[in-house]
Design a protein around this ligand. Structure first.
Ligand code: NAD
Length: 429
């Protein structure tokens, strides 16, 4: 059993299963198929360490606010904890815990020597000045100083954070220990040891996974009709790369609403518009307005939720008209919706595979940083593509061989690797 406090106090509907329980359900299903010792599964259901810190911050107005910051470290059986830092109003300890567990399976599935972690602060970053965000990030990092480090736990960007926040985290950690430690974070600026290709990496991994899935269905990305919810780092990169491959991006959206063009949107122009309009696509002249709810049910070949958890639910999944749902966001499809989509023959490309491009290039950033030899972007992209294509085909082959969904196959590969390592290492003491 997972600690009760990691579950939400109120569920949106009686049938709702929170992301933490969902991850545990898939863990159990994969564990049963692999005949893993139940004692190992009980260990893997629990995060190893849960940290919540107070972050007092003086706002520009002089007012003092105290924020709660979380860092959940799920498993370090295979290597240092690794996972993003999220700034979003919906951040809760249970959400961060579920996302930390997903990171463990994702790293193991991709064969990367990391464990899983996640962090977050429940704020809307657009409501804070740059100076306030810097003070929040630096205090959060200081509070976590004993819990992070290049051999301990390595944060990265996630929703609401970027290379800017990673630079502040790296600087704060370095100032506290007395020397520069670039390896404490990934996704940092190139000037302090970031990797070329990191910014687009998660979106590139999404493009590669969708491309491979379409090819297996006898279709190419060129001409494929795609709808994407969320136009931040992941959604906009995936949109741009797919557009370059000839896909028609019918619709995109952000938190304020969406755009639709039946002949396909001019994605470079939408991206430029968002850069010039406070990251929002709303008001772009080359498309008609569409709501986030409508976007999810548009007729298309590929639907890509690239924003938040719990977007495709038992309430709307019978109206999804895509052939493939590619989980660029973490946990965007609820447990019941996942089963309903599978029953309708709609293929779901699971998050732990689809959005793994970011952590793969984070790992490549770490490899380059260790040797102080930095690669050109072409090499970074090639190495990442090799790992992503290999992972996709291993998942697809196992799914066919065991007659299970791609998600269950991905869990079997990820969970299996962690369980084997845990069993070989033995239980301390
Ligand atoms: P981001 O902050 O750069 O962008 C998020 C986008 O989602 C924005 O366009 C925002 O307006 C939109 N959005 C927010 N709330 C919304 C809502 N309620 N409805 C519709 N749209 C909404 O974040 P990101 O880094 O692109 O991350 C997106 C997802 O991808 C998250 O689930 C994250 O965990 C996952 N992910 C990110 C990375 C990475 O490298 N950044 C890696 C793996 C997974």
């Amino acid at each position: 059993m997972v600690t009760t406090s990691l579950r939400p106090k109120e569920s949106p509907s009686p049938a709702y299963i929170c992301p933490m329980d969902r991850s545990c359900t898939y863990l159990q299903l994969a564990g049963n198929l692999l005949q893993i010792d139940p004692g190992l599964l009980i260990i893997l259901e629990q995060p190893r360490k849960v940290v919540t810190v107070s972050i007092p911050v003086k706002l520009d107005s002089g007012e003092v606010q105290v924020l709660a910051g979380h860092r959940v470290q799920h498993s370090n059986v295979l290597g240092p904890y690794k996972g993003g830092t999220r700034y979003h109003p919906s951040v809760t300890l249970q959400e961060v815990s579920a996302l930390a567990m997903l990171m463990t399976w994702k790293c193991a599935l991709l064969g990367i020597p990391y464990g899983g972690a996640k962090g977050g602060i429940a704020i809307d970053p657009s409501h804070y000045s740059v100076g306030e965000l810097e003070r929040i990030t630096r205090r959060y990092t200081t509070e976590l100083i004993k819990d992070i480090g290049p051999a301990v736990d390595i944060p990265a960007p996630d929703m609401g954070t970027s290379s800017r926040e990673m630079a502040w985290m790296m600087d704060t950690y370095s100032m506290n220990v007395g020397h520069a430690v670039p390896g404490v974070v990934t996704g940092k600026p190139l000037s302090i040891g970031g990797s070329k290709g990191r910014e687009m990496a998660t979106g590139r991994g999404v493009m590669i996974t969708v491309r491979e899935a379409l090819l297996e269905q006898g279709q190419t990305l060129a001409g494929a009709r795609v709808a994407i919810q969320g136009f931040g780092n992941v959604g906009s990169s995936a949109a741009l790369l797919m557009h370059e491959e000839g896909a028609k991006i019918l619709a995109v959206s952000d938190v304020n609403g969406g755009l639709f063009a039946p002949e396909g949107l001019d994605i470079p122009a939408v991206k430029l518009y968002a850069q010039q309009n406070n990251r929002s696509i709303v008001g772009f002249p080359g498309g008609v307005a569409v709501s986030n709810a409508e976007l999810l049910t548009l007729p298309c070949d590929v639907l890509i939720p690239a924003a938040l958890e719990d977007q495709i639910t038992e309430e709307n999944c019978d109206r999804v008209q895509a052939k493939i749902v590619a989980e660029a966001a973490n946990a965007p499809v609820t447990l019941i919706a996942d089963q309903m989509l599978e029953a309708r023959g709609i293929e779901v490309l699971p998050d732990i595979l689809t959005n793994a491009g970011g952590v793969v290039v984070s790992y490549l950033e770490w490899v380059q940083g260790q040797s102080y030899v930095f690669w050109d972007e072409e090499r970074v992209n090639r190495e990442m593509e090799g790992l992503m294509v290999q992972a996709y085909h291993r998942v697809s082959e196992l799914a066919k061989a065991r007659e299970v969904s791609l998600r269950l196959a991905a869990y079997m590969l990820g969970v299996g690797r962690v369980a084997q390592a845990l069993s070989d290492r033995g239980l301390y003491p």
